[in-house]
Design a protein around this ligand. Structure first.
Ligand SMILES: Cc1ncc(COP(=O)(O)O)c(C=O)c1O
Length: 404
């Protein structure tokens, strides 16, 4: 095809020209998608190995979810929470059941779920635990990623995320991820919660050391501190279980959920917890105009039903082993480390070969889309509908890129 006839270059140029540069996307312009595959404006096809940072766990345009969205669009899209709509109770009941909790509080973005968790933990601290007014503190982990609000970036340890956005919200203590002794030592009488990603996704799919999450659970219970698990990226089937915490039999006090909950169609997030914790919120103390809207609930209820079958978790476990085997075969052939749980992998490229960004650009030229993070790491998180052959294809393309 003659370069001038392609639509991609001008679309990339215009996107650059008219947006704030808060992202550095690969120069690919997608116009349609189905399942695990994307098509760009010039008709080229790509295997999606990012899945919208796990927002597309069920693939692009899953027929059940699209049908639910269409049907809801034709009936009712928004009421606000000033009134109750007919999709609300089913969603809340079924999500609470999936989580094994009494209650859910729906919001929209992941960051809002995190903010909600922080507010609930603080209020619980003052009203139930009896923490000194204004002194609540929350323990978080080094290398965390919980979103982009001013409060959340206040306890980020990533300079890009945090620098020049102060003044910062106080009340957070950062400890090394995976270090139970440090975490326990940081707890004092005003500690209301430990907030953790069970697997640190943005940090490069960093897995918890064995026994860490059960240890956090034990310490939290012993010291009357809430364990708040940010499962926004790790949850809802990604790791082969409904929740990443399940791999070690851990049940947190609050689950923070987002991304895949909206089926890749609408932003839906939620906090799930028991009545003794989530019940501290009273009318007027928290909310969102769009949180729990009819369209969101209609789609998310179907998401919960897809997960309730266990099929996606099984696929993730089985295909994840294939992905692991393929990637481990590249150790010493351009990869220096591989971390996999379910269909979620972080691979570290030998930095003397190329950066993660360069690897992703070369993968793109070979029809595979993935995302780098922190220098020489790539995350692979394909939709859970990907097939075994497609996984082999992705691994083969990565092998070719590494072989130069
Ligand atoms: C673990 C985790 N928490 C929170 C968020 C923030 O979610 P959102 O971008 O929907 O605000 C993300 C997003 O990547 C995440 O990975």
């Amino acid at each position: 095809m003659i370069e001038d006839m392609l639509r991609t270059p001008s679309a990339v140029r215009d996107a650059e020209r008219y947006t704030a540069h808060n992202y550095h996307p690969l120069p690919v312009v997608i116009s349609s998608a189905e399942g695990a595959w994307l098509t760009d404006v010039d008709g080229r096809r790509y295997l999606d190995c990012l899945a919208g940072y796990s927002a597309l766990n069920f693939g692009h345009r899953h027929p059940t979810l699209i049908r639910a969205a269409h049907e809801q669009l034709d009936r009712l899209t928004l009421t606000s929470r000033a009134f109750i709509h007919d999709q609300f109770a089913d969603f809340c009941r079924e999500l609470a059941a999936l989580c094994g909790k009494d209650l859910v509080l729906p919001m929209n973005t992941g960051a809002e779920a995190v903010e909600t968790g922080i507010k609930v933990a603080r209020k619980w601290g003052y009203q139930v635990k009896g923490v000194t007014p204004g002194q609540a503190n929350i323990i978080v982990a080094d290398g965390n990623f919980h979103g982009r609000t001013t409060t959340i970036v206040s306890f980020s340890t990533d300079d890009d995320a945090r620098a020049d956005f102060g003044p910062y919200t106080p009340g957070f203590t950062v400890v090394p991820y995976g270090d139970l002794t440090a975490l326990e030592a940081a707890i004092d009488e005003n500690t209301v919660a430990v907030l953790l990603e069970p697997i640190q996704g943005e940090q490069g799919v960093v897995l918890p050391p064995d026994g860490y999450l059960p240890g956090v659970r034990r310490v939290c219970t012993d010291r009357n501190v809430l364990f708040v698990a940010d499962e926004i990226q790790s949850g809802l089937g990604r790791t082969g279980r409904t929740f990443a915490c399940e791999h070690e039999g851990v049940v947190p006090d609050l689950y923070l959920l987002g991304k895949a909950l909206g089926g890749g169609i609408v932003p839906v997030s939620a906090v799930a917890g028991n009545a003794d914790v989530l019940g501290v919120l009273k009318p007027g103390q928290h909310g969102s105009t769009f949180g729990g809207n009819p369209l969101a609930c209609a789609v998310a209820t179907e998401v919960v039903r897809l997960l309730a079958t266990g099929d996606f978790q099984r696929r993730s476990t089985e295909l994840g082993e294939r992905l692991r085997a393929g990637l481990e075969g590249l150790l010493g052939k351009g990869l220096v480390a591989v971390r996999v749980r379910g269909l979620w992998a972080g691979v570290d490229i030998d930095p003397t070969l190329m950066t993660g960004r360069q690897a992703c650009e070369r993968l793109m030229e070979r029809g595979v889309l993935a995302k780098d993070t922190h220098g020489s790491t790539i995350r692979l998180a394909p939709p859970l509908v990907i097939t075994a052959d497609e996984i082999d294809h992705a691994v083969a393309q990565l092998a070719a890129v590494l072989a130069g």
